[in-house]
Design a protein around this ligand. Structure first.
Ligand SMILES: Nc1ncnc2c1ncn2[C@@H]1O[C@H](COP(=O)(O)OP(=O)(O)OP(=O)(O)O)[C@@H](O)[C@H]1O
Ligand SMILES: [Mg+2]
Length: 236
């Protein structure tokens, strides 16, 4: 079943248009990757889905309801969570305080969610009393994802999963994401520069260029496609 259905989405900043007629969907339980060159509108797209940026036109249906007019807060309440680019943590607060803030839309079962996040990311448990600002880059990314999980999402969106992280850390994060999908049935949109990683962890993918989707398909098929391999995987 469709969890998210986006049709002809247009958006921009001021009078500069960035997204041009973007249509895509996410099925329940699916991991969908989004990649494409710098400035192609990937972060803008996630901002529109999260409600941080108003679309100029088009429609966004989530769980069969239009959500274009919902505030970012209401979208979080309905289960749309964004772990944003740059991670936007409260660096002067502890790991646990950051996580608890992620549960601001809920009153119940906060402790259970906290335990679940700690079970996925044991180092966050060990560092729960440390300041977020004292964590390594990889741990900050875990905290950003953990905080998004605290809202109890059905759709988890991650902007730039691997940015600035060592390959071994990225490998681990990817494994944990797949475990979360497996165990919680959470759908994901993962924006990722590393195209091979993006295609490895996803079921399907969309390729952005200059604000448009220029290619899409099942990730295993895209991995084999010559145009993708030449353009994004540097395979000659
Ligand atoms: N707050 C903003 N105000 C004005 N223009 C913006 C703003 N944010 C992004 N842009 C512009 O919108 C376009 C798309 O940017 P966006 O950040 O969505 O791309 P991206 O695909 O996420 O790029 P990257 O791979 O560098 O993260 C770019 O031309 C960018 O300069
Ligand atoms: Mg971006």
């Amino acid at each position: 079943m469709r969890l998210l259905e986006v049709r002809d989405l247009e958006a921009g900043y001021g009078d500069v248009q960035v997204l041009k007629s973007v249509s895509m969907h996410v099925n329940e339980g699916e991991v969908v990757a989004v990649f494409g060159s710098n400035g192609s509108g990937k972060s803008t797209f996630l901002k529109v889905l999260a409600g941080i940026l108003k679309p100029w036109g088009g429609s966004i249906k989530y769980m069969d309801q239009h959500i274009e007019d919902l505030s970012p807060e209401d979208r979080v309440r309905r289960g749309i969570a964004l772990a944003s680019e740059g991670r936007r943590l409260f660096l002067g607060m502890t790991v646990e305080e950051n996580l608890i803030l992620g549960a601001w839309t809920r009153k119940d079962r906060v402790k259970e969610s906290l335990e679940k996040v700690y079970s996925y990311f044991p180092e966050l448990y060990r560092k729960r009393k440390d300041l977020a600002g004292d964590l390594s880059g990889g741990q900050q990314q875990m905290l950003s994802i953990g905080r998004a999980l605290m809202s109890g999402p059905k759709l988890l969106m991650i902007d730039e999963l691997s940015l600035g992280l060592a390959p071994a850390v990225v490998e681990r994060l990817a494994g944990i994401l797949l475990r979360i999908r497996e165990e919680e049935g959470i759908s994901m949109i993962v924006v990722e520069q590393e195209v091979s990683l993006a295609l490895e962890i996803s079921d399907r993918a969309y390729v952005f260029d200059l604000g448009e989707i220029v290619d899409e398909g099942r990730s295993e098929d895209l991995l084999k496609r010559d145009t993708i391999r030449k353009t994004y995987l540097s395979v000659l």
